[in-house]
Design a protein around this ligand. Structure first.
Ligand SMILES: Cc1ncc(C[n+]2csc(CCOP(=O)(O)OP(=O)(O)O)c2C)c(N)n1
Length: 291
């Protein structure tokens, strides 16, 4: 079982109450939520015998901060005409997104048990026609940010006070389409767009700096017209500040420094855990560390 009904109710209430909580209480609530999501992801990947555990665990704190602390969304009305938008461009980390959406109340936690099963809505990569809360299909790297730019232009044209948040992997930033999208975002002065880069420094088979170096990443983003904020991507309060401090006339790029596999010692910062599946013994060990 991923969580009991009482816990689920408490977490859903958190979305409503977090805004009013004191800073330290808020940080604790979000940290607890993140660990619950990591435990759910572990169970999902163990059940499916597939998934991307390293990138799931690096992005979890970013997701919980956004969904439980920042986004103006209503899980009961996923397609409400006026809402903030979220796109997980690194769509291979669907398990962490699904768990976050379920804990928020978009669908039942039981459904998480169908992750990647035949006929499940919860495919290996998110599908907007199947999963409430998913704004656009992702999986092929380099597509989410261009779509987010279109959404930011679209909501502005409609005169809506909506923010668009998109999370990209750092390996994903090696795709040229992202840089074209950023040029357009700066050209249109999209200060309603925040691109978050999950800077865990690992790609699929090697370190990003070995395959196609991104550094100096902040300088490049500034040169492309972004306002850059650099934070510890596992510090919920730092993330909250980076996500909510208003910008002025420029798209915001948050470089979130993270650890791939965060939370489980033998997975952290190890390239082979991009999509390796833990054995039964490793699942037990990981569960203990995430308790
Ligand atoms: C266009 C494209 N090329 C290759 C892949 C295969 N692929 C999936 S994940 C991945 C590595 C992505 O690294 P990163 O964006 O840093 O993700 P993270 O380390 O956070 O999991 C690759 C190459 C893909 N999904 N799409």
């Amino acid at each position: 079982m991923i969580a009991d009904a009482g816990q689920v109710q408490a977490w859903r209430q958190l979305r409503v109450e977090a805004a009013a909580a004191s800073e330290s209480h808020r940080a604790t609530l979000l940290a607890d939520q993140s660990q619950a999501i990591r435990r759910a992801v572990l169970t999902m990947i163990d059940g499916a015998r597939a998934g991307h555990i390293g990138g799931d665990f690096s992005v979890t704190d970013i997701l919980t901060t956004l969904f439980f602390g920042v986004l103006r969304i209503d899980p009961a009305q996923p397609a409400a005409p006026v809402r903030d938008r979220f796109i997980l461009s690194k769509g291979h980390c669907s398990a962490s997104l699904y768990a976050t959406l379920a804990f928020c109340g978009y669908f039942s936690l039981d459904e998480l048990g169908t992750f990647m099963a035949p006929h499940s809505s919860l495919n290996g990569h998110p599908n907007r026609t199947k999963v409430p809360g998913v704004e656009t299909n992702t999986g092929p790297l380099g597509h989410g940010l261009p779509v987010a730019v279109g959404e930011a232009i679209g909501t502005r044209l409609l005169g809506q006070d909506s923010r668009v948040y998109v999370v990209c992997g750092d390996g994903e930033m090696q795709e040229g389409s992202n840089w074209e999208a950023l040029m357009a975002a700066a050209h249109y002065q999209l200060d309603n767009l925040t691109v978050v880069i999950d800077r865990n420094r690992l790609q699929q088979g090697a370190r990003t700096e070995e395959t196609n170096a991104l550094d100096p990443l902040a300088d490049k983003l500034v040169a492309f017209g972004c306002e850059v904020r650099e934070v510890d991507g596992h510090d919920h309060l730092a993330l909250l500040e980076a996500f909510t401090t208003p910008g002025a006339g420029r798209p915001i790029a948050v470089i979130a420094h993270t650890i791939k596999g965060k939370g489980v010692s033998f997975i952290e910062d190890r390239v082979e855990w991009h999509h390796k599946v833990p054995t039964a013994e490793q699942v037990a060990l990981a569960a203990k560390e995430l308790a």
